[in-house]
Design a protein around this ligand. Structure first.
Ligand code: GLN
Length: 510
């Protein structure tokens, strides 16, 4: 029996459904935990988990990449299970509890606990993140003009969480002890769940987020109702994922074809090829117009992957660069992770006003141009920081202003791409596969972490001395940043050159 979904409460706050604000705070606190932990992750691995290895940077880069790839890939599975069995509410609770558990286990300073904790966060995020985002959409009826600004408000919540938490968790973690930072992240996650729970208690969601198919929810498999089975399997998946993370070492020795490839890298090759194969099949069966649009949806997802591949270096190489080669006075290295979200909070409203203004004058650039510019900005951000060597002091430390410039420029690029792309995916995909295409969109972040891993491994410093720094590391980083800048600038230029062609593929979609 399929359950009828009742519209949520009619009450509004600032013209938006009341439910939006409960989801806003729930997601704010979830991202607080996610980004608070991420701010500490690489430094924790380099200074504690892999401290004894001379290849500690390399190991940290490999684990960071596997963690990032899996944490986004799991959202595809979490979204699917929510649609077919659990429903959004139960998925969000399950995900939130797993994530909080992960953060608390991380507070135990122990190597086995470390991998298990990351695995809990991966499974938890898979259930939490896609469902809370979809939940926002369900608060509005189709075509409701408030929906876009609802998502802008929600993106704001994400970044307020992402701004405050590196400052607090980073300060606690690096000043008083890692476990205080991770512990605070866990408390943040529980606070998020509390907001979500109080929204349900106050009935602001109506029937929204309940299982779509109660029969599937209760259906027994090997004597256990499916909803319970999913919960049990979610917990049991953690040790398996922990094992994947732990297998960070390359499968082949130096000089072999698998020199830089571990199990998770292989897994993502397989996922990548399967997804492309499946997309080819879908396109083969689509009409000509759908085919063109789907091809464009795939292309913008691909461009987004490249962008995130440079952007997500923030939590790895850029954090190490900040720790080793940037003169920091007010904040510490992990706290620099707050800068991206800070600029997003400051810039998102002015930039969305700019698009509206340009649209009124009929000169709002079409999506391919925005994407090209986003990639150019990513390139520019790395180019600017690659120039910082000229201002280095005698210890090989560069001024903070370069790091600030990097974050400012790439954040503008992010706003040219990420929110625009999200809404274009829904416009370009035929209704019957829009949820699947959303999954593909989230996979762009998963594949981006494979790029992050590749780059971070190239820029890994090998040394028996844990306290590396000075010109030795500065030169490695700056050469790397210059190369990244060239790649990103070329990618941006190519997208802009081909933009007129892409515009034609997009048809009536702006
Ligand atoms: N910063 C955004 C978030 O946390 C997007 C991150 C991403 O997709 N890579 O939701």
């Amino acid at each position: 029996m399929s359950q009828v979904v009742q519209p949520p409460s009619e009450k509004t706050i600032l013209g938006h459904p009341q439910g939006l604000f409960y989801l806003f705070f729930a997601e704010l606190w979830e991202r607080f935990s996610f980004y608070g932990m991420r701010a500490l992750l690489t430094l924790y691995m380099v200074n504690v988990i892999f401290e004894a290895l001379s290849t500690r940077d390399y190991a940290a880069a490999a684990v960071y990449a596997s963690y990032g790839s899996l944490v986004y890939a799991s959202t595809v599975i979490g979204g699917k299970i929510s649609d077919s069995i659990l429903g959004m509410r139960a998925s969000i609770f399950l995900g939130g509890i797993l994530m909080a558990l992960g953060h608390f286990v991380l507070a135990i300073e122990n190597n086995i606990a470390f991998f298990l904790a990351l695995a809990f966060i991966i499974v938890g995020n898979g259930f939490f993140k896609p469902n809370i985002s979809t939940f926002v959409g369900t608060l509005y009826k189709d075509g409701d003009p408030r929906k876009d600004s609802g998502f802008t408000i929600f993106y704001m919540g994400i970044n307020i969480g992402g701004f405050i938490s590196p400052l607090l968790c980073g300060w606690l973690g690096q000043t008083y002890g890692w476990h205080y930072g991770f512990g605070l992240a866990g408390i943040g996650m529980l606070t998020g769940l509390l907001f979500f729970w109080s929204g349900i208690k106050k009935n602001v969601f109506g029937e929204g987020g309940k299982p779509q198919n109660m029969e599937a929810y209760e259906r027994k498999v090997i004597g256990v109702p499916q909803h319970r089975l999913v919960r049990i399997l979610a917990f049991l998946a953690a040790p398996l994922i922990a094992f994947l993370l732990y297998s960070y070492k390359s499968l082949g020795g130096e000089g072999t074809a698998l020199e830089d490839t571990n199990i998770v890298n292989l897994l993502f090759y397989v996922i990548g090829i399967s997804v492309l194969g499946y997309m080819a099949y879908i396109m083969f069966n689509a009409t000509m117009d759908e085919r063109k649009k789907l091809f464009m949806a795939l292309l913008i997802t691909f461009f987004m992957t490249i962008f995130w591949g440079f952007h997500e270096l923030h939590g790895s190489v850029i954090t190490l660069f900040a720790a080793r080669n940037v003169n920091l006075s007010l904040i510490n290295a992990s706290q620099t992770n707050a800068l991206n979200s800070m600029f997003i909070v400051i810039l998102s409203i002015p930039i969305s006003i700019m698009w509206t203004y340009l649209a009124k004058k009929k000169i709002n650039p079409r999506t391919p141009y925005k994407f090209g510019m986003g990639l150019l900005l990513a390139g520019l951000s790395f180019y600017v920081v690659s120039l910082s060597g000229a201002s280095a002091d005698e210890n090989g430390m560069v001024p903070f202003s370069y790091l600030l410039a990097l974050y400012f420029i790439i954040s503008v690029g992010e706003l040219f791409m990420s929110p625009v792309g999200l809404s274009k995916i829904t416009d370009l995909s035929p209704k019957r596969i829009v949820a699947f295409m959303m999954g593909i969109w989230f996979l762009s972040s998963a594949f981006a972490f494979q790029i992050v891993g590749f780059i971070s491994k190239q820029l890994a410093i090998e040394s028996t001395d844990k306290n590396v720094g000075g010109f030795e590391t500065l030169n490695v980083y700056l050469d790397g940043f210059r190369l990244i800048a060239i790649y990103a600038l070329v990618a941006g230029a190519v997208v802009i050159v081909f933009a007129p062609l892409m515009k034609r593929l997009m048809g009536n979609v702006h």
